[in-house]
Design a protein around this ligand. Structure first.
Ligand SMILES: NC(=O)c1ccc[n+]([C@@H]2O[C@H](COP(=O)([O-])OP(=O)(O)OC[C@H]3O[C@@H](n4cnc5c(N)ncnc54)[C@H](OP(=O)(O)O)[C@@H]3O)[C@@H](O)[C@H]2O)c1
Ligand SMILES: [Zn+2]
Length: 341
């Protein structure tokens, strides 16, 4: 089959499209899909560069997948060839205390499709049958494939973890990013007041997404500006994955009883915090990763109903996979890049 693979870690140029990749066969409890579209995430960049996990080479990236069931493995009775589906990118054991409590992203054997396993930048992919969710006929593969990872992360972070409510205020950093664009939409539709930080080129697009106030990070000390704009109160929630570069300003931008949600560390893993601010303002620093099945289905239903609209940057043929890596890495994408085999 045709697939975008890499055989060694490195820059975007290690990614190549080949026609001679073996087509995978579904095992017990698994399903093979004919991929309709696959979304690219920052995670694909980390995996390509090399993470402290062992990557089986050659590797096929792509955690966000929509397509058609092509063949079912032994014991799979709930799906048949021809079904149009989207895939929950989480992989979990189903047996540990966290899985039994419905907290799959805390699974002791938690993994992500396309990171720890072969992903969707290919004509075919094999996934566990339990990860599939039906796509209604009116929803295209491209929109469906742009949604899962970014919306489920934003949903769990803002709604489950930070308990964001209508009328509260939230600051979203790195607002042109895949997860951040989803977060701006979710927060706005919930009825929160949305402050956002982005780079100069994207300010207007972030306003178009529904943000109330947008700061250009290249031209402002947004921590200070949010503080002024809220009458020295601060915001209820900050939603961040920029990491080291923004940690200090994020804590400064929080109101009393504020919640800082961290879901990534793009610029580095170390953040310095004034502990006195944490106890005096009674702040919460909350980590979040991916979602459980309930949250995945909740966001996909909202996408299917048109309440959330995946932000698709470009839809490119799989042949342009290396170029797509370079585009995302250079900060040239707004939302999710989608590849079609
Ligand atoms: N925990 C989880 O479950 C989870 C899930 C998804 C993603 N993540 C992580 O979260 C991060 C974002 O993922 P994504 O797929 O949304 O990424 P993305 O689409 O590549 O967006 C990242 C955004 O971060 C901002 N940024 C980058 N460098 C920056 C800098 N030096 N200073 C300030 N802002 C900077 C940019 O936004 P602006 O130009 O608009 O400022 C960029 O668009 C990644 O590190 C990813 O691994 C974690
Ligand atoms: Zn488990």
């Amino acid at each position: 089959m045709r697939a975008a693979i890499f055989e060694e870690h490195g820059g975007p140029d290690v990614v190549q499209v080949r026609d001679d990749v073996p087509t995978p066969e579904p095992g017990p409890g698994e399903v093979r899909l004919r991929v309709g579209a696959s979304g690219m995430n920052h995670l694909d960049l980390w995996v390509r560069r090399g993470l402290p996990i062992e990557t089986v080479m050659p590797h096929i990236g792509g955690s966000d997948i929509a397509g058609t069931v092509d063949e079912v493995g032994e014991g799979v009775t709930e799906w048949s060839p021809g079904a149009r589906v989207v895939v929950n990118p989480s992989l979990w054991c189903g047996q540990c205390e966290w899985c039994l409590a419905g907290q799959e992203p805390l699974c002791v054997d938690y993994r992500i499709l396309g990171e720890h396993t072969q992903g969707g930048f290919a004509e075919h992919v094999v996934v566990p049958a339990q990860n599939l969710y039906s796509i209604p006929d009116h929803v295209g593969f491209e929109a469906a494939a742009a949604a899962p990872l970014v919306y489920l992360t934003a949903w769990r972070g803002l709604i489950t973890r930070a308990r964001l409510k209508q009328g509260e205020s939230v600051l979203v950093t790195g607002a042109s990013g895949g997860v951040a664009t989803a977060a701006v939409q979710i927060a706005k539709r919930l009825g929160a007041r949305v402050y956002a930080v982005t780079s100069a080129d994207w300010v207007e697009r972030v306003y178009d997404l529904g943000a109330d106030v947008v700061y250009d990070r290249t031209d402002s000390d947004y921590g200070k500006e949010v503080w002024q704009a809220t009458g020295k109160r601060g915001v209820d929630v900050v939603f961040d994955s920029v990491g080291e570069a923004t940690f200090r300003q994020n804590v400064r931008a929080l109101a009393r009883a504020g919640r800082l949600v961290v879901y990534g560390a793009t610029t580095g893993p170390k953040g310095e915090v004034d502990i006195r601010l944490v106890f005096w303002k009674q702040l919460e620093i909350l980590g979040t990763t991916m979602s459980n099945q309930v949250e995945f289905r909740e966001v996909m239903d909202r996408v299917f109903r048109g309440e959330l609209e995946p932000v698709v940057d470009v839809v490119w043929p799989l042949d342009r996979a290396a170029e797509a890596h370079a585009r995302l890495e250079a900060g040239e994408a707004f939302g999710t890049i989608v590849l079609v085999p």
